[in-house]
Write a protein that binds this ligand. Structure first.
Ligand code: HEC
Ligand code: HEC
Ligand code: HEC
Ligand code: HEC
Ligand code: HEC
Length: 202
């Protein structure tokens, strides 16, 4: 049950805030560029030590909400559908990277809107027992006409040409974690005239 834990956390936070305001006469705030110099150490900075067991949803509300949105990859992996063992850490399994990303986080910091230091690797999706059958993947989207350019060329997203221009693609190039997936937009970010060929116009 999430709600009681959240409540306990919120109450704990309130108690902490009250304690701090009695001692310092002001509420904690975000780090400011001028938080250096002799007064800096007197500011009530609430530190936070990340662990895989932290309550992610307290700070990452947008991502938590996406569990309920089936246009997102997280929504398609909602624990109630997949397995109740499935959680944020199943996809975000770079623990060392996440520990480092949260190192300087203090309560009240803005959560990021994209990944900067970690990634959700293709190998995470293709782990044994998950999406490990490449042929089945190719087959599943063989008849898909979603990716058709203005010249009528249709491409199977799971069977893309493997030229240099396509190196470094991952599953999440197309399958967004917490927003609707828009594979066409991904293609036109390079195939800017919505033509899947280069070198025909210039
Ligand atoms: C106290 C608030 C807080 C909690 C709790 C928290 N995070 Fe974060 N998280 C942040 C902030 C702030 C950042 C941005 C750090 C930065 O940019 O330096 C961040 C960054 C991230 C990132 C981006 C890493 C990258 O590649 O740049 C991921 C993924 C993430 N958190 C996942 C999690 C998961 C999973 C949990 C729970 C196990 C969790 N967070 C718990 C505040 C929190
Ligand atoms: C990062 C840039 C980039 C993205 C994103 C991209 N492509 Fe490409 N694509 C290229 C480049 C550059 C080439 C030229 C050949 C090469 O270097 O691989 C190419 C070649 C192709 C070709 C072969 C064209 C030929 O001449 O036969 C097809 C088909 C194609 N892309 C389809 C797609 C589709 C569909 C998507 C979206 C799922 C996509 N590409 C996304 C850069 C990109
Ligand atoms: C070039 C874009 C692109 C890439 C890269 C991509 N996919 Fe897809 N995938 C799609 C599209 C488009 C669909 C069909 C529409 C949908 O279900 O979102 C799809 C559908 C799927 C489905 C559902 C298939 C079904 O049975 O209906 C699975 C599972 C999947 N992808 C897994 C993966 C995995 C795992 C990877 C990485 C190894 C991957 N995809 C890489 C675009 C992509
Ligand atoms: C099904 C896999 C999956 C699950 C489950 C998942 N994520 Fe993500 N997450 C991703 C992918 C993929 C990205 C990369 C962003 C993108 O390009 O869509 C991402 C991006 C993020 C980011 C960067 C900001 C953003 O929204 O793009 C944060 C923070 C984050 N996830 C936190 C979480 C938290 C917290 C949970 C649990 C509530 C969670 N994720 C569950 C796959 C997942
Ligand atoms: C249908 C014709 C057409 C195709 C196919 C095409 N381009 Fe272009 N490209 C143009 C035109 C027209 C311009 C000039 C547009 C402008 O200045 O806005 C251009 C400009 C560019 C530029 C220069 C942009 C700049 O700001 O200077 C780059 C780089 C480029 N294209 C890369 C590519 C790549 C990579 C591909 C294949 C993925 C590609 N083009 C396929 C028509 C095309």
């Amino acid at each position: 049950m999430k709600t009681p834990r959240k409540l306990v956390l919120a109450l704990g936070l309130c108690a902490l805030l009250m304690g701090l305001s009695i001692m310092n006469g002001c509420a904690p705030r975000e780090r400011q560029p001028d938080d250096v110099g002799e007064n800096a150490s007197e500011l009530p900075v609430m530190s936070f030590t990340w662990s895989p067991e932290s309550e992610c949803d307290v700070c990452h509300g947008t991502e938590e909400l996406s569990w309920g949105d089936r246009t997102t990859t997280a929504g398609l992996h909602n624990p109630s559908v997949i397995s109740d063992q499935f959680d944020c850490m199943t996809c975000h399994n770079d623990r060392a990277g996440l520990t480092s990303a949260h190192e300087e986080v203090i309560i009240g910091d803005k959560a990021p809107t994209r990944l900067w230091e970690t990634e959700v690797a293709t190998e995470t999706c293709t782990a044994s027992g998950c999406h490990d059958d490449e042929a089945a993947r190719r087959e599943a989207t063989a008849g898909l006409t979603l990716l058709t350019d203005t010249k009528g060329t249709t491409v199977n997203p799971h069977d893309l040409p493997t030229g240099e221009g396509h190196s470094g693609f991952t599953c999440s190039s197309c399958h967004k974690g917490h927003a609707a997936s828009e594979p066409e937009k991904f293609c036109t970010s390079c195939h800017h005239e919505r033509v899947y060929e280069c070198g025909t116009c210039h």
